[in-house]
Design a protein. Structure first.
Length: 495
């Protein structure tokens, strides 16, 4: 480490956010442009270069975190970029979208605020692009084998880039009109502006990856036909089947899945629509679900000018700090976190009835009621204890013109017909069954990302994409030099 006492003399300082009253009026990233570089070298210097760096174990990619922290502290951005890209195809994505389990595993976090690993990662990635350190890397020669990758989310893109660089001819099939998957139409641009996605896609195209958008495998092209076209197929279609809430009144108009709502708002940003048909403008919005997707809906509704926005979380309000007995270091703890969207909702007071920021904790939806025209007008809820048992005398209702269900995802969309056409086995969770080598029961067909793992984090999706690429390369060539950071059955550190 550049400064052996850095962790003692320097406090944690995070990427500053733009003022709330400014950022809620636009869709730009919430962070101050250029706000990282003035502080990041000192922040990287807080890394202790531990003998046993648990941040490696907490990150499924196995990122070489102490290495590139030291290089940033020494102002060696080229070497830092090389170390970072050695394990992560898209650090500018994870530096913005990953919840940073690596920071929970930081040894410094035992008794001090962790190193700002995520911010250092984003700074290296951005500086690498600014300095021209991320050129396309086309293969020296082609293998004569071709691979079809279905889905262009983080798992599909990582698999495609690795396989292209290994010399295989790769075509990525995406059912939407633009590549990017949920990073394109599910993630709001105030979390990650599309420029970061677009330049990676250009890099991949220049390396030789072919993108076939507006092509729904199973419908526009049969799954068996696709397999006949290629020597191997990787299914990286994500887990887009939203969980339902089968309650009285669910049939009312105005109740939508989060992934019906968010893509329309993002299409406005892409210039496809002048206004979203599900815009929250002037409406009382209730979001059912306390996770990241719900927070994305919250930030979007605030920017659209909702009359009010309330987010319901069935879990009790978490503590501010780690419970050392239930969730000891270095596991990722469930603690109270204030996302930029929740900070915005708190400051603009969009939900005056909420417990904290815009959230009502320990709240379970009971039913919906509507008007004579069949449109939702109220959501009825009840408080529950930690075992989800109803607390007597706590029933209440909230005004609701727009209800968004953000309850997570149960597996791949089964309406595309891919599983039936190929005869794929599906496990009890609704995801594609696979063996220890990411292979399905159909020879030549592999599954990666949320389609095989179930709903997970972007960092796990990229790790799966890299690992499945190694498995496919080995299957096609008999051996591989591609890294395989995880296996299909690996899971985050837990008690």
């Amino acid at each position: 480490m550049a400064d052996p006492k850095g962790f003692l003399t320097t406090g944690r300082q995070e990427w500053p956010r733009r003022p709330v009253d400014e950022r809620v009026r636009d869709w730009d990233e919430v962070y101050v442009p250029g706000g990282l570089l003035p502080i990041i070298s000192e922040q990287a210097d807080r890394c202790m270069d531990c003998g046993v760096p648990f941040c490696h174990e907490a990150c499924p990619l196995g990122n070489l975190i102490p290495d590139w922290n030291d290089l940033v502290a020494r102002d060696d951005w080229r070497a830092a970029s090389e170390r970072l890209h050695a394990t992560n195809n898209f650090p500018e994505f994870t530096g913005r979208l990953c919840p940073a389990p690596c920071e929970s595993g930081c040894v410094l976090a035992i008794n001090q605020p962790a190193v700002t690993i995520k911010n250092v990662e984003a700074a290296i990635a951005d500086r690498a692009w600014e300095d021209g350190l991320v050129p396309p890397r086309p293969p020296d020669r082609l293998s004569g084998r071709s691979v079809g990758v279905v889905g262009s989310g983080p798992a599909g893109l990582a698999a495609a880039q690795q396989l292209t660089r290994a010399g295989h001819t790769v075509a990525v099939y995406e059912r939407d009109d633009r590549a990017g998957g949920l990073m394109r139409y599910g993630i709001p641009s105030f979390k990650m502006e599309r420029v970061h996605l677009e330049r990676r896609l250009r890099q991949m195209a220049e390396e030789g990856t072919v993108f076939r958008t507006s092509t729904a495998v199973g419908k526009d092209v049969g799954a068996k036909e696709l397999l006949a076209r290629h020597d191997a197929v990787v299914l990286a279609v994500g887990a887009t089947a939203g969980r339902e809430l089968a309650l009285p009144g669910r049939e009312l108009a105005g109740i939508h899945q989060a992934m019906e709502y968010l893509p329309l708002a993002n299409r406005v940003g892409e210039g496809d629509l002048a206004r979203s048909p599900l815009s929250a403008s002037g409406r009382h919005v209730v979001i059912v679900g306390g996770g990241d997707t719900g927070a994305d809906c919250l930030g979007t509704a605030v920017r659209e000018g909702a009359a009010s926005v309330t987010q319901l979380d069935i879990y009790p309000q978490p503590a501010r700090g780690r419970d050392e007995e239930a969730e000891p270091w270095p596991t990722y703890p469930k603690i109270y976190r204030l996302t930029p969207a929740h900070e915005e909702a708190r400051e603009v007071r969009t939900a005056p009835v909420a417990d904290a920021d815009a959230r009502l904790f320990a709240s379970s939806t009971v039913r919906f009621s509507g008007d004579a025209a069949g449109h939702v007008r109220e959501l009825h809820l009840v408080e529950v204890d930690e075992r989800r048992r109803t607390r007597e005398g706590t029933r209440r209702s909230l005004p609701a013109d727009l209800v968004l269900l953000a309850l997570g995802f149960s597996g791949p969309d089964r309406t595309d017909g891919v599983a039936e056409q190929l005869g794929l086995e599906v496990d009890i969770r609704g995801t594609y069954a696979r063996d220890a080598g990411f292979a399905t029961n159909v020879p030549g067909v592999f599954a990666a990302g949320d389609a095989g793992r179930g709903q997970s984090l972007i960092v796990w999706a990229i790790a799966e994409g890299r690992a499945v690429a190694a498995a496919v390369d080995r299957w096609l060539s008999g051996s591989t030099r591609l890294p395989s950071p995880i296996g299909p059955y690996d899971s985050p550190m837990r008690v």
